[in-house]
Design a protein around this ligand. Structure first.
Ligand code: PXG
Ligand code: PLP
Length: 441
């Protein structure tokens, strides 16, 4: 008997992620097709994609090379076991990724998402300290307003109360740096804010409290994405690096959003000139088309594991789909598309235009701050008294009705369009936002 009590078009079976399910199912917003900068909605409208899907479709939608590569791979080798077996395309993809990654990040561990990449990175950090004979280094330091996905390690080091409070005691031995958002000092800054580098010194305080010999790693997003585009103050990341070096603590950058061109450079590491020991990526690694994540580590970390009897597994970790053939094929074609079109280094050409367009919203109703870097921007709205998030959510709905996909978090509108966006399309996107700001209560 069918375990289904609903009509064929009933929406109730799918418990949607990070969605107001009841609201959505009363008036669904369905996307049925996509091409380049646009989605097609179920009612046949063209929707300008202001968010690259969920910050992942960096090369735009349904790009021919990527589509062909997946079709070909699905027919040639659909799946191969990931443990104790290999298939060439995963190795080829890893080599190409390492070639383009910042110097020194020479090895890649494949996962299926940003969240899995985060868990993988935290486990590598803990295990690395142990194989180096520093097993007392078990603490992990995250940051307030950090987003590191939704699995237990990630929400433990993450700093979003709503994502943590329902789930018990989480990982033990975690502490948090303060976030770097200082609207009183930095509001309406274009690019990197002047004030706040000293917030990195809080790491010294945390080290003094716990002792360096107990701390394995610090994990931060170079630019916090999910909690509203918090750009690090000038000199802040450099300071974190120095303090980590001083105390033998690993530095992990979560580049799930910043990786693959979002800041106008291939990685945030390239933008800020600060190198982590472990770099977490996902999303843009396959243009979001097939789920995949990739965790980059230095040779020093990788080689530390390559000890002991050669028939033994060096690191007890991995996923059924690590290096999946379809994902690897999509990833290779994605890198080719990025390269052919120069998409990962469009910063100098397009970011200043985006910045000016975004900041032209400064005097529109409800706007209390605007922040930007590369091709990501945030417009923070004054919340409706007693009803936080409502104003931004209604802006989101109105934008969709007008023909633009934007993203909101709290009362912040975040824009992160595909990197193929033209100047005309930037104007169009900003015009939609302007009209929406004028229309919302
Ligand atoms: N780390 C960071 C820095 C992220 O931004 C993850 C980890 C988790 O990735 P997965 O693939 O497991 O979702 C993310 C994901 C939004 C939004 O609009 C942000 C993310 C995902 C969905 C929506 O803020 N970031
Ligand atoms: N749960 C069970 C019962 C499994 O057998 C496996 C993998 O074999 C997993 C979870 C993990 O799945 P994945 O490797 O896709 O993360």
């Amino acid at each position: 008997m069918l375990n289904r009590v609903n009509a064929p078009n009933d929406l109730s079976a799918f418990w949607m992620p990070f969605t107001a399910n009841r609201q959505f199912k009363q008036s669904p917003r369905m996307l049925v097709a996509a091409k380049d900068m646009h989605y097609t909605s179920a009612d046949g409208r063209q929707i300008l994609d202001g968010t690259a899907g969920l910050w992942c479709v960096n090369a735009g939608h349904c790009r021919p090379k990527i589509v062909e590569a997946i079709q070909h791979q699905a027919a040639e080798l659909d799946y191969a076991p990931a443990f104790q077996m290999g298939h060439p395309i995963a190795f080829e993809f890893a080599n190409r990724l390492v070639d383009m990654a910042p110097d020194g990040l020479n090895h890649v561990f494949f996962t299926n998402s940003g969240s899995e990449s985060v868990e993988t990175a935290l486990k590598i950090a803990l295990a690395y300290q142990r194989v180096k004979g520093q097993g007392s280094r078990t603490r992990l330091i995250g940051r307030e307003r950090g987003y590191h996905g939704v699995n237990f390690g990630g929400i433990s080091v993450g700093g979003i109360v709503g994502n943590r409070k329902m789930f018990g005691t989480l990982l033990t031995g975690v502490d948090h740096l303060p976030h770097t958002h200082q609207p009183a000092k930095n509001s309406f800054t274009k690019g990197v804010p002047e004030h706040g580098a000293e917030l990195a010194d809080e790491l010294e305080r945390i080290v003094t409290l716990h002792d360096a010999s107990t701390i394995a790693a610090v994990i931060v997003e170079p630019v916090a994405g999910s909690t509203g585009v918090l750009v690090p103050p000038k000199g802040y990341l450099q300071k974190l690096r120095q303090i980590c070096d001083k105390h033998g603590i690993l530095l992990i950058f979560d580049e799930v959003i910043t990786g693959f061109g979002r800041l106008g450079t291939p990685f945030a590491v390239d933008y800020f000139g600060v190198k982590p020991d472990i770099m977490i990526t996902a999303k843009g690694v396959t243009n979001g088309v097939v789920p995949m994540g990739a965790v980059f580590v230095t040779s020093e970390i990788h080689d530390a594991f390559m000890n002991g009897p050669e028939h033994l597994i060096e690191f007890a970790h991995g996923y059924t789909y690590s290096g999946n053939p379809l994902a690897s094929a999509a990833g290779l074609a994605t890198l080719e598309t990025y390269k052919e079109e120069g998409l990962l280094t469009r910063g100098p050409e397009i970011a200043p235009y985006f910045e000016e367009a975004l900041h032209s919203l400064k005097d529109e109703p409800h706007v209390i701050d605007i922040r930007n870097i590369g091709l990501v921007g945030a417009i923070e709205l004054d919340p409706i008294a007693g009803e936080p998030t409502k104003r931004a959510f209604s802006a989101f709905i109105k934008a969709f009705e007008r023909g633009a996909l934007i993203r909101t978090t709290g009362d912040i509108i975040a824009l992160s369009p595909p990197l193929i966006i033209s100047k005309g399309q930037i104007d169009e996107l900003i015009d939609h936002v302007r009209a929406v700001l004028r229309a919302v209560d």
